[in-house]
Write a protein that binds this ligand. Sequence first.
Ligand SMILES: [Mg+2]
Length: 266
Amino acid sequence: MVKKSIIDKIRNKSGFICDMDGVIYHGDKILDGVKEFVSWLKSENKKFVFLTNSSERTIKELQGKLFRMGLDVGPEHFYTSALATAAFLQSQKANGSAYIIGEAGLINALYNAGYSSNNIDPDYVVMGEARSYSYEVIEKAVNLVNHGARLVGTNPDLTGPKENGISPATKALISPIELATGKQAYFVGKPNPLMMRIALKRLGVKREDTIIIGDRMDTDIVAGIEAEIDTCLVLSGISTEKTIDEFAYHPHYVIQGVNEIVKNYK
Ligand SMILES: [Mg+2]
């Protein structure tokens, strides 16, 4: 049982940045106590955002996924590495163009940020999780980068969770382009603290009043530490107590899952 004083500190925050996989659900299965946790966030008027490094899905698709699990959450409560990448590119070069390798989540985010698609002389080659991945696409990207397009990846994840296995994620897919061009991609998603800063700005809460809840030491927790936001590791995902010892930093709080924030609370 976690001490009540720790749970109190978490409950007293006014902003919550929650990772999704391993915190809210695992694959297509909602985790214990999540419904109660989301109800509590709403009834206490907390500011909250569900943050994911995956750039594949649009906000509507993420919203639909949670809705099928019985969670009714408005679109303003989601943020993805695709949206962060679009915000980053817009700040670097407004209304630029990109050769986009990715799915609806990334394509929509870039279009909505004023970017256009360009496979002749784009400012950027932008890559996210892509099912439309082929030799021709990689060949195209390599030559565009060699001709001056900047290489940007939505997130540095090597793999993503998949039922009965894993799927290769952005960093694994972008590596051939890096190897062939000798250029390093810039990644916007976690652990880049930029992702947390942009999310914080959208939340409109001071970082001191905010907490990041996540299941990965190498993305969620380090991003929080580098953005100077309190962190809470949940053991409902990929990490165990032992995982913490493998890193030079530690989370501010460790709990079994978000159910501890609301269940049996007296
Ligand atoms: Mg996670």
